[in-house]
Design a protein around this ligand. Sequence first.
Ligand code: AMP
Ligand code: MN
Ligand code: MN
Ligand code: MN
Length: 279
Amino acid sequence: MTQQIKADLHSHSTASDGVLSPDELLQIATDNQLDLFAITDHDTIAGYLSVREQAKAIGIRLIAGMELSTLWSGIGIHIVGLNFDPTHSAMTTLVQYQTNARIARTEKILQKLAKIGFELDLSTLQSSVGEGVIGRPHIAQLMVEKGYVKDTNQAFRKYLGAGKIGDVKNGWISLSDGVKAIRDSGGVAVIAHPNHYNLTRMKLLRLVDEFIGAGGQGIEVISGKQHRDITEKIAAIANDKGLYASIGSDFHRPLSYGVGVGELPPLPDNVTPIWDLFD
Ligand code: AMP
Ligand code: MN
Ligand code: MN
Ligand code: MN
């Protein structure tokens, strides 16, 4: 029997919209005896870089990671990049592009919300986020603090979620250019949480085909807490299309929806794990 690898290749730290610091995440991954771990913040590798040396010292295998926001057919699609060279110019250029896009987007979201009467100040937002990148969850939190909504769920449901006034996504890199940049920097690209986009089967298959055409190689067969039927469905697509299977908790915070770092069932036996591509 082959030895079971314990992996979690999708998680968020305070460098984006997670609540735990990169070292707290690393500590949990170590305590949970993960063989492979990745911190995949939204459009930044700062969290990963801050604990890379520490991971080596502890002896845990920390894979370079980032969750890239991309645009495909008018839909925001997240791509997890793994095992790239963080110093490669294709990666540093990509991060800079997305940082600029995120700043411009935040300003646009605040302008749109201002038009419907919400006074949300960019500098307040920036100081609450600190060194991390600003995302919609931070805007949602500020809306709660200002008393505009009762909780962050309501902020997403009414103002920030898919199709709402604050869902601005047209500045992100295209799916194909994003995948190419990940590949050029020596990494592998993975479709994140394929079940979260509310795509028809036909459209999901079209996404997969275009992703593969751009050089994409993986898909998250297990993403957080999901029904076994979904795991089986995505595993079948992975096998049909020749994609490698990834697994990740998409951890943002303890004790809320979802699962803890590394608290995941194993990948199904019939798929090829993404780590077969790591050296
Ligand atoms: P952004 O990176 O600014 O596009 O924000 C996307 C992040 O917002 C996701 O990664 C989730 O962490 C969070 N998010 C998305 N949809 C919701 C929702 N409906 N309720 C709460 N958080 C959400
Ligand atoms: Mn997030
Ligand atoms: Mn995502
Ligand atoms: Mn994520």
